[in-house]
Design a protein around this ligand. Structure first.
Ligand SMILES: O=C(O)CCC(=O)C(=O)O
Ligand SMILES: [Fe+2]
Length: 356
């Protein structure tokens, strides 16, 4: 195969590789043995109890305590009664599937490469990871990445026009996830006994929100590749909706990987790195990855909420005192994002390098 940074348009998408019936993943996708952490497919079953939180009951002390336990143990939870009707979730999943089912030419209309020469990679659009070096290991997934916040910066030129309802469904969906974001951020602030609006107030009207549709085609060798390499999310909070009946997401705790359970119409909500810093490491941002399988494709939609690029990342003043100094070096959010991508490509957790 041609060197991918010279001719990325020639590099097929993962979906095309699968459709062509490749029996072995091309070498760019194969993880070096030391990065497979032993056997990629030998994760542990998720221990009971599943961190399932009823978002409509967070004002009850019991439910709030369950949220605390979930965040302390895992940094994520599965949310029920989150306010998004099943019908809207089904519509969101269905238009997303329809997008990826379209012929390549149709999807390329939303391409994240401006002119096909590979030098003009954009954050937004359809495609795959930016390739910066020959030895970069690629993820076994394609994606569509769209800005949803700030609302007036939505770039509809990159949004699919087929299926026709895609745009309306995503706009409605994103208006709901934004409400969920604020509800969860307020609940977390309350658990930490700081001003309930502290985290919400960190999000200026310039802060970004991105919807990332991850499409994971089946893979002939799930023992050699990852759908998504290990990472923690960089922003404040992530709201993830994934296929109910296809597992694949794994979360690491104390050095072990666990298969994350799925449940129809729930949302998986996880802390991201900036919130870990702002809460001074009391609740951590989970390290996670996605494994593939030989039979089924899988789709997920992550909505990432971030702070503004100029925000100074530091713990909330109410969480600092002489006995509990800051655990992280201060950094501007934009510098954090720059470092994050470099570490992401190497499968490392950037936030750990900021620990004091
Ligand atoms: O597909 C998934 O379940 C996880 C996706 C994810 O971690 C991400 O997009 O950051
Ligand atoms: Fe993630």
């Amino acid at each position: 195969m041609a060197a991918s940074d010279e001719s990325p348009m020639v590099r097929p998408t993962v979906q095309e590789l699968t459709a062509a019936g490749v029996e072995e993943p091309p070498r760019q996708y194969v993880l070096p043995e030391q990065d497979r952490h032993g056997d990629l497919l030998a994760a542990d079953e998720f221990p009971e109890p599943t961190p399932l939180i009823d978002l409509s009951r967070l004002t009850d002390a019991d439910e709030a305590e369950r949220l605390r336990a979930a965040l302390q143990t895992w940094g994520f939870f599965l949310a029920t009664n989150h306010g998004i009707e099943d019908s809207l979730m089904d519509a969101m999943m269905s238009v997303s599937r329809e997008f990826f089912r379209q012929p390549a030419e149709e999807k390329q209309k939303c391409s994240n490469l401006v002119d096909g020469n590979g030098k003009d990679y954009q954050v937004e659009g359809y495609g795959s990871d930016k390739v910066v070096s020959e030895d970069q290991v690629l993820n076994w997934s394609d994606r569509l990445h769209l800005r949803v916040e700030p609302e007036d910066e939505r770039n509809f030129a990159k949004w699919p026009s087929h299926p026709e309802s895609f745009r309306d469904v995503l706009q409605e969906y994103a208006s709901r996830t934004k409400k969920i974001r604020d509800l969860v951020l307020r609940s977390i602030a309350e658990l930490l006994e700081i001003d309930e609006d502290y985290f919400v107030n960190q999000i200026s009207n310039k802060a970004s929100g991105f919807a990332r549709f991850n499409y994971y085609p089946p893979c002939p060798r799930p023992d050699l590749v990852l759908g998504l390499r290990p990472h923690s999310d960089g922003g404040l909070l992530t709201i993830l909706f994934n296929d109910d009946n296809v597992g694949g997401l794994q979360i690491q705790r104390d050095g072990r990987w666990y298969n994350v359970p799925t449940k129809p119409h729930t949302l998986l909500i996880n802390l991201a790195d900036c919130l870990e810093i702002m809460n001074n490491g009391i609740f951590r941002s989970p390290f996670h990855r996605v494994v593939t399988n030989v039979e089924k494709d899988r789709l997920s939609l992550a909505v990432f909420y971030a702070v503004d690029a100029e925000t100074m990342l530091e713990p909330a003043p109410g969480l600092l005192d002489d006995k509990r100094p800051s655990r992280y070096r201060k950094m501007l959010a934009k510098d954090f994002v720059a470092g994050l991508f470099e570490h992401f490509r190497q499968g490392k957790r950037f936030i750990d390098t900021l620990k004091i």
